[in-house]
Design a binder for this molecule. Structure first.
Ligand SMILES: Cc1ncc(COP(=O)(O)O)c(C=O)c1O
Length: 485
């Protein structure tokens, strides 16, 4: 058992369960049970948590207790709930299927599935040669123990040079190499956020960042992003910072995941000034900074405006290079890097030397690799946009000027139901609510354009087919949950 979810929390997660498609055909209790199964299926409701008492949930949802009783009974019958008299009811999976209760899940090894849950591309062709060259370099390191908590010096230098080239002078002692950007975020949170600390995040935002924040039991407030090109509403964002005075704010200014928005230079400067004024640390996730498309000019890095070591930047190689490398980094002040290294040795000691050497070779060819990647992404994005305009013309999308995702506004609050139906026809989707804290993003769907164009077009065709079936059938079958990246 990992804990308890309260009535109001579950009600928030359930969002607009009563308005989901197919409702006209199913009784309230079945719809409620289906919505709870949906939350379990996409990981928003962990396994082994205790659900609220029937009366409490009935009050939170403003429905009759009989409906909740029947829904819980239904969930017990389908194997999604275990109850003990007097002790309560816990979430579980049918057939005693056991998985971690973190909300992260192992993907099905299903080659016929078109996976639009992960927003990350396949490796570039240069990777193999880089790996061979790295193996040749390895003897230089074999005489030592191989533990480099802040990373091998040649990779730290290469990453520092990248920041300097972007207009943010950086030395190697300001860089710590990590095993991916997610690892970087976790370490920074361990350093900068006491358990239960307050954090401001964008909504929607990257789901695994929410998972990392949940790990710190952070008290999260959100700043809602507009779906259209405006993105951050500057006065609202600055107002939120001033009013809530969070300990930390986590922002993704370059081609935000999932919306694709790019924060303008003027707002970057104002955010840093406001953060300094209220004592907020800024964690700036630059995962997509290498991927401006259509010749879009990047504003200066947020760190350029930082005079007081308020900004910690994190980034990595998963989006422009390959997620399987597991190479990321933190850019901070040199003393902060030393403190991070002290935290890190309590977690994993250091990143693998061989992988870091591969990264060094890839970064030496950054210009060519990234240029090819951008050409590929533009072609895939345009194929996806074309297919959407043709097959789902009622959906609204803003063309992102970079990154790897579209944030589509749907023709109804159907995202979770659509994701469940799409699994049935071999398309895995990351529904809108996965990118928020409550059930309010049902009108949105994140669509990455990291797969080959033909797969994207095929996926849209299948999604369009199930979209039109949805209102008529409203089927809600159990599916195993999947990784969102
Ligand atoms: C905004 C953001 N941060 C972090 C990550 C995790 O990246 P990594 O594979 O480098 O850990 C992702 C991956 O999707 C992301 O989109």
């Amino acid at each position: 058992m990992t804990g308890q979810v309260r009535g109001v929390q579950l009600a928030r997660l359930l969002g607009q369960w009563h308005a989901l498609p197919g409702r006209r055909r199913s009784p309230d209790y079945a719809a409620l049970a289906g919505a709870v199964r949906g939350l379990l299926a996409d990981g928003r409701l962990p396994l082994g948590v205790r659900l609220p008492a029937e009366r409490e949930l009935a009050e939170a949802l403003r429905i009759s207790r009989t409906t909740v009783t029947a829904a819980y009974r239904h969930l017990r019958e389908t194997g999604h709930l275990a109850s003990r008299r007097g002790a309560g009811s816990w979430t579980m999976l049918p057939g005693n299927h056991r998985v971690a209760s973190t909300g992260l899940w192992t993907p099905l090894d299903d080659r016929d599935m078109i996976d639009l849950g992960a927003a990350a591309p396949a490796a570039p062709p240069q990777l193999l040669a880089a790996a061979r060259a790295a193996a040749e370099d390895l003897p230089r390191y074999l005489g030592g123990a191989g533990y480099h908590p802040t990373g091998i010096i040649e990779l730290r230098e290469a990453v520092a040079d990248g920041y300097t080239a972007r207009g943010l002078p950086t030395s190697a002692d300001q860089i710590m190499v990590t095993s991916g950007t997610q690892h970087a975020l976790d370490l920074v949170l361990r350093l900068a956020l006491a358990p239960g600390g307050s954090v401001l995040v964008e909504s929607p935002t990257y789901p695994n960042a929410l998972a990392a924040l949940a790990g710190r039991r952070a008290r999260i407030t959100t700043h809602g992003l507009a779906a259209d090109a405006d993105g951050w509403e500057p006065d609202l964002l600055l107002g939120s910072l001033r009013q809530t005075r969070p300990k930390l704010a986590y922002l993704i200014p370059e081609f935000q995941n999932p919306t694709g928005h790019l924060m303008p230079a003027a707002l970057r400067e104002r955010v840093v000034a406001a953060a300094h004024a209220v004592g907020t640390d800024l964690v700036i996730d630059e995962s997509f900074v290498d991927l401006p498309l259509d010749g879009t000019e990047l504003p200066p890095p947020v760190g350029v405006y930082d005079r007081h070591s308020r900004v910690i930047s994190i980034g990595g190689m998963s989006k422009a290079y390959w997620g399987g490398l597991r190479i990321g980094w933190v850019r901070a002040s040199a003393p902060q890097v030393q403190r991070l290294a002290a935290v890190r040795v309590g977690v994993d000691m250091a990143s693998p030397v061989l992988d870091q050497l591969v990264a060094v070779h890839l970064l030496a060819e950054a210009d060519a690799i990234v240029a090819d990647r951008r050409v590929e992404l533009v072609a895939q994005r345009d194929a996806l946009l074309g297919a959407l305009a043709h097959r789902l013309p009622d959906w609204r999308v803003t063309v992102p000027r970079g990154g790897v995702t579209l944030w589509a506004e749907l023709d109804g609050p159907v995202s979770s139901a659509l994701a469940r139906a799409a699994e049935e026809v071999g398309v895995r989707l990351a529904p809108g609510p996965r990118f928020g804290l409550d059930g309010t993003l049902e009108r949105f769907l994140r669509l990455p354009f990291t797969l080959p164009a033909a797969d994207l077009v095929e996926a849209v065709g299948r999604i369009a087919a199930v979209r039109y079936d949805l209102d008529r059938t409203g089927r809600q079958r159990w599916r195993e949950p999947a990784v969102i990246a």
